[in-house]
Design a protein around this ligand. Sequence first.
Ligand code: FRU
Length: 473
Amino acid sequence: MCLTRTNESALIRFVNLKGGVIIIKENPYRNLFHLEPDCGLLNDPNGLIQFQGRYYFFHQWNRFSLDHGYKEWGAFTSSDLNHWDHLGSAVLPDSKEDSDGAYSGSAIEHDNKMYLFYTGNTKNSGIRKTYQRMAYSSNGYTFIKSEKVIETPSGFTEHHRDPKVWQSNGIWWMIVGAQTIDQVGAINLFSSTDLEDWKYEGVFYSAQTLDQMCECPDYFQLGDAEILVVCPQKRTSLLNGNENISSYAGYLVGAFEKNNKCFRPESDIMLIDEGFDFYAPQSFTDEKNRRILVGWMSRMDEAEEKDCPTTAFNYLHCLTIPRELFWENSRLYQRPLEELKSLRKKRITLTKANAKLLSDSGAYELDIQLVNQTTPFEISMNNGNTVIQFDGKSKLVISRLNWVSGQREIKELHIPNLFEIQIFNDASAMEIFMNKGEKVFSMRYFCAEEKREIFYSGLQENGSIDYYSYKEE
Ligand code: FRU
């Protein structure tokens, strides 16, 4: 399997044999700076780590088909967070305790070894049983699975997955997403001194707000705050026919009470990302001590997967760009990494009220500075597919054309004192950072034309827009 790809070539060729005729199609959706597989379905980021200087972004992967029937860990690596190689498979579902999927998990470094923690999913005669498992590596390429597994504690169903591990005061802690037997979302806590034997410590956190199951929990210290990331899997609501309610990723602020071995929340759940496509984020700290977060840019919608235009090129989904996290003004801020700036090529600064621009590749950054913007401002990108409208007060309406319904899909945000909108537009993925990362909005969109028009109107005096193309134009 050849999976090495650098971001130099955004357009790959898809070769299809039809009745003996070779059809070569350019792929207008192939992203330049969003990580995506060359083939198969990618979902959650897994095991994010910087190990022996190199960054590793593992991910959930079905390399055989575009559905969720098979799962292993694939691996992207990079030395600079801009140029990535895909190493192919890292953790395979090849043993009795993970025969039906090597599900999500995390990574840590200890004694010059990389340790991956993941969920082994099994379904014998259709009955689910899960195990939290560990695999380690000295070189970051070959992994040895430990025979020791963690079984699900009593009082919980086998929807027990996505271990996240960290160390504090010489103790290793692990949290695992769980479902109580009464079908309430929960997070379980385990501890270990050697990364092999784990003791169940009890429920770290559980609440009705976690819906019927909590996936992909994460916990970390940021400044003087302790953050718990939760992904309530809203399956019950979906089963009840309310298709407007979907799973989301949120965070709570609180405290890990070491005596009671649980997380005491001091806030409600807040959204990490306001966009259409964001789920199962994971964070890690790198050697520069930055807390970096990456999410999966999708929302687990069968129809959207089936009709996604990239299926014609035999792959699905991408990850968000890595974001550095900050704790400021008693809230979470997310900002694109500094490294991304080195992708900037040509720069155009615009200060006119209305203007039209043509992007040759669809891969660019727009830094919009609003100064006393008290009248409406609108910007439409990707030939009208994606639109941002600001009412000059605090309302921001972001919309895109949904590729299943063909209808415009809208989300409304309220941001008092909006002064900056930074847009990272890739061939089929867009991330919008507002007010230096106070709010973030992620979405996929699919525009078949390669040349993309940007049109804006209503920019007030002193406002400016910097356009940076990410490809030579
Ligand atoms: C979240 C999730 C995880 C699970 C993985 C399986 O998207 O459902 O809970 O480990 O995906 O691919």
